[in-house]
Design a protein around this ligand. Sequence first.
Ligand code: TXA
Ligand code: MG
Length: 536
Amino acid sequence: MNTEVYVITDPAAQAEEIGRAAALLRDGEVVAMPTETVYGLAANALDPSAVKKIFEAKGRPQDNPLIVHLASPEELGTVAEEIPPEAYALLRRFSPGPLTLVLKKKDVIPDEVSAGLPTVAVRIPSHPTANALIRAAGVPLAAPSANLSGFPSPTNADDVRDDMTGRVAAILDGGPCDCGIESTVVSLAVSPPRLLRPGVVTAEQLRVFLPDLVIDDAVLHPLKAGAAAASPGMKYRHYAPKANIYIVRGDRDAFFAYVNAHEAQADHLLVFEEDLPFCRLPAVTMGRYDTPLSQTGRLFSALRELDRRGAKTVFAREPEKTGVGLGVCNRLYRAAGFRFLNEKPGIIGVCGQTGAGKSTVCALLAQRGAEIIDTDKIAREVVMPGSPVLTALAEEFGEDILLPDGSLNRRKLAERAFRTPESAKKLSAATHPAICKIALERAQQANAAGKTAVIDAPLLFSAGLDRHCDVTLKVTAPEAERIRRITLRDGITEADAKKRVAAQAEEDRLSDAATHIIKNYPPYDAAAQLEALLLP
Ligand code: TXA
Ligand code: MG
């Protein structure tokens, strides 16, 4: 496809170029336009086949909905309904400008735009070229950021050319964007209202109008693998450059103490201008630490600059998380894939299907100096002769689960406990709390000794231990491969191996919510996945 480029310095004086771009939009084509936040890829929001072209140009997953751009607040009622009064109050204060509201959608908005949700995200951009284009097209414009899916949002026309030449009908070059990060997204379609994506309009500013505003968990935390996203955009590894970025925690002194001690592991630093005199590695800056507004304009171009320089491993400082800084943090954490270094040692929970290679992963973590806490071993400790758990089990399942010397007859207990799902639950209820308590005590002791604790627990999620972990790893392998491994390792029949796999169905389902999935089968390399996650 031939991509026309129009340089627009004054949209009022360049009605002809704007008119040509608007005609392309009315013909169902895609046009890249500047906005005050980042460049957008616009198409007629009311035309499903035009909207489909946006997804094709970006290579974007179809379940991530698009923002609809309007020329003025009066048009709100054409795309949304049941609009609460706060929506108008917010628009009076912040529009046109970098604020997006999620509202109940009208039927005119096709599923291609809303990704099948009953809501629509709407904003009124303040950029004069975007505004002129929407007016000239005469239709609302659906527009995501104009980057290839997964890459940093473009904040100037060159970045758009890099990603979109040959993929869209036209690019309007309006120079660099003012804000540099995407709009603030607030949902008014839920109660209480929820901040889905922080931006230049801050949570503090919004609370003046929305006192009970909730900040969605996905703003600063990785979405757990199985959880549903309030904003589907939170699901994807967004804003990610090709380089591996690691956030090194702490103030400037702590940052450089860490970086200097681990210098051989990184090739670039991503820092603030004030930090430059302290840098010994090549550094790219993302604005000034003391001026978060200068960071929004620099963040994405800094990420692209690292890629241009061929950076492989980057240590990054983190901004303050208040005001506009929250928006910068949100993008930076995603760009880093939520990898943090120089943190207080924490607790890693490891679970996984039988035969997937949980022990391999734990051994790799032990090699890095972590303390492994084996809950299977604790499970045997808590039923030692005379222990309160053993007494409780004897009361529940019969005195004859005890051998003459007072120790547990495991076979008898298994017979009784695994007879029905209810009796199995009673066994868990009698043993899990004691096992969890000991596991957590040991984890805290390890942390106090300056070590990361790894809780190796086949029932991490069923027992509720996952809630105490900073990171949870689920080790996986295809079922056929696991059955092959178990039969080899334990010398049991395939039928018995299948029974063991089936017994884990519940944990298998719950553990899909692990923060990280480690694939341990060819062609994947579990060690490499751990390295990338936990370096160094
Ligand atoms: O500043 C911006 O908002 C830029 C410019 C071009 O306007 N656009 C932009 O679009 O950032 P995009 O598609 O890259 O991000 C839209 C975000 C995604 O996180 C998406 O999941 C969320 O808004 N979103 C869209 N519709 C939604 C809805 N109905 N409910 C919840 N979240 C929604
Ligand atoms: Mg985007």
